[in-house]
Design a protein around this ligand. Structure first.
Ligand code: SF4
Length: 227
């Protein structure tokens, strides 16, 4: 059990959130409007795959499910890289079992540019961290990443894919990711439930799906809150 991009983003919002994902995922309550937003984001991401013309998609599902087969995706990505495919979508990488799948990799003279697609009208800090995690994993796999872009949803619905260059900021997070990824790895394996008081992190940057659990009086409370 290592850290995926989603694990990292959730664990950095709140360590307890990541722990609950691993040990008590049945406590999640995803509001319908949030699920709608997630579905719309996935649809926008699917459309964006073609923004540079022909592409190869690396997604592979376990037979009879919609669960990604990460091992098969990693192998398929290595094959695409070896063949020099110009645009690779959902390209999968793993480093010490830490894992990410990049929305779009576009071949350049010296390596690849990385595109993270977000169905939002502007770039937000958490998007940059998200792309930064991918840059970290991919670079540690020995692939040279040139530019890093967030593709936002522009106003022209005929051509809504607007890449914004966030290279400097995304690469600036490299050490921060390295400083936290191993701690999250260790923490998520702990047997005892992580004790964290509810606070600002319960809604920023995203409302937590365990909000009801932690605010409803059934959660493990920290020693500080019992004083
Ligand atoms: S509700 Fe708050 S304290 Fe509980 S897991 Fe979520 S972010 Fe953490």
């Amino acid at each position: 059990m290592a850290i995926t991009k989603t694990d990292f983003m959730r664990g950095m919002q709140c360590r307890k959130m990541l722990w609950l994902d691993k040990h008590k995922p049945g406590l999640r309550v995803i509001p319908p409007e949030v699920q709608e937003r997630l579905d719309a984001g996935n649809a926008f991401g699917d459309q964006a795959m073609g923004m540079f013309g022909p592409y190869e998609e690396m997604t592979v599902y376990r037979p009879g499910t919609t669960i990604p087969d990460k091992k098969a995706m990693l192998a398929k990505t290595q094959d695409a890289l070896a063949r020099g495919v110009p645009v690779i979508c959902e390209a999968a990488f793993s480093n010490y079992n830490n894992y990410c799948a990049a929305d779009i990799l576009r071949k350049t003279e010296k390596g690849y540019d990385l595109y993270e697609v977000k169905n939002a009208p502007e770039v937000r800090e958490q998007f940059i961290r998200d792309a930064a995690f991918q840059n970290y994993i991919i670079c540690r796999c020995g692939i040279r990443i040139g530019k890093v872009y967030i593709v936002i949803h522009g106003q022209d619905e005929a051509n809504p894919f607007v890449p914004v260059d966030v290279t400097g900021d995304a690469k600036g997070y490299f050490q921060w990711i390295n400083d936290n990824i191993w701690d999250l790895n260790r923490m998520q394996k702990e047997r005892e439930e992580i004790r964290t008081d509810p606070g600002e992190q319960c809604t920023i940057p995203y409302e937590c799906w365990y909000y009801g659990y932690c605010h409803g009086g059934n959660a493990a409370v920290s020693e500080e809150s019992m004083v």
